[in-house]
Design a protein around this ligand. Structure first.
Ligand code: GDP
Ligand code: K
Ligand code: MG
Length: 281
């Protein structure tokens, strides 16, 4: 059987390195991603049940999957190009508002994700209540509480990650971007599909969203690979959308992502003062 590859992604300071080291022990080595100076760390994990070896890859700490930061491009190129069997998204569970902004972007790209709700000791110490089942349901992926510094939850986390790796693929997360953007996406996707290279490499809705966001790297690739007539149409769709919205589609798309996260957190997270209000009102 082939070695499984599981990548670890998350915001800086979410506990990625602590979790990675806890899983791999000393069996890891550090290098660089091709062409850039961003550090690449790989290690081995052995599944205690099957004895199977898993290659773990620690991706750079990032806040999103945009085009402007080199480490964000490294992460997304890796996910698109290497297609890891599963992705562990380490989040600081005390700060879901910020951390989920990366999570939803990962989920729009691939459904092969498990969330590590790390810093769970802090969640408990602060008296926060997080409804993990509801969070999982809304995002469509499992969420496992972990305390990386104490190696808590890591067995369960890896069990779920191995299960994700073995499962057949579902659809990535779909955020509703509102009628104007959705209409543009509906017209864009079939046009992008005409370039078979793009269709083979990217989830096309994701690529279409990125194109509307004005992602210059992906736009260049789209413009390289699309037939000329399709390219003119694709450009016209984006120009028309900007006109309809009266602002950059990028802004509307980011707003919708934040709103999506806010709606989820409103139901999923109960803060201590809210708990008191409920008790004493
Ligand atoms: P990275 O930037 O994502 O690689 O994060 P690190 O692994 O370097 O961790 C950042 C800080 O958080 C370090 O001081 C860790 O010891 C601490 N940390 C990591 N995981 C946990 C956890 O589950 N609970 C608590 N309380 N601290 C943690
Ligand atoms: K750090
Ligand atoms: Mg680190």
């Amino acid at each position: 059987t082939q070695t499984l590859t599981i990548a670890v992604a998350g915001n800086p300071n979410s506990g990625k390195t602590t979790l990675f080291n806890a899983l791999t022990g000393l069996r890891h080595h550090v290098g660089n991603w091709p062409g850039v100076t961003v550090e690449k760390k790989e290690g081995r994990y052995r599944d205690p049940k099957s004895g199977r070896e898993v290659l773990l890859v620690d991706l750079p700490g990032i806040y999103g999957l945009g085009a402007y930061a080199e480490d964000e491009r490294v992460a997304r190129d890796y996910i698109v190009g290497e297609r890891p069997d599963a992705l562990i998204n380490v989040v600081d569970a005390t700060n879901l508002e910020r951390n989920l902004f990366l999570t939803v972007q990962l989920l729009e790209l691939t459904p092969r994700v498990v969330l590590a709700l790390n810093m769970w000791d802090e969640v408990e110490a602060r008296g926060m209540k997080i409804r993990t089942d509801l969070l999982s349901e809304r995002l469509g992926v499992l969420a496992v509480p972990t305390v990386a510094t104490k190696k808590q939850g890591l067995d369960t986390l890896m069990e779920v990650a191995l299960d994700v790796a073995a499962r057949s693929v579902r659809e990535p997360l779909r955020i509703d971007y509102g009628p104007e953007v959705e209409e543009a996406l509906e017209r864009l996707v079939p046009l992008l599909e005409r370039a078979s290279e793009l269709a083979a490499k990217y989830p096309l809705r994701w690529l279409a969203v990125k194109y509307l966001e004005g992602d210059e790297y992906l736009a260049r690739e789209v413009e390289d690979k699309l037939p000329r007539e399709a390219l003119a149409e694709v450009r016209a769709i984006r120009a028309h959308l900007r006109e309809r919205l009266g602002e950059d589609p990028e802004v509307v798309i980011a707003d919708r992502r934040y709103a999506f996260i806010e709606r989820i957190l409103c139901d999923v997270v109960e803060r201590p003062q809210e708990a008191e209000t409920l008790t004493f009102s």
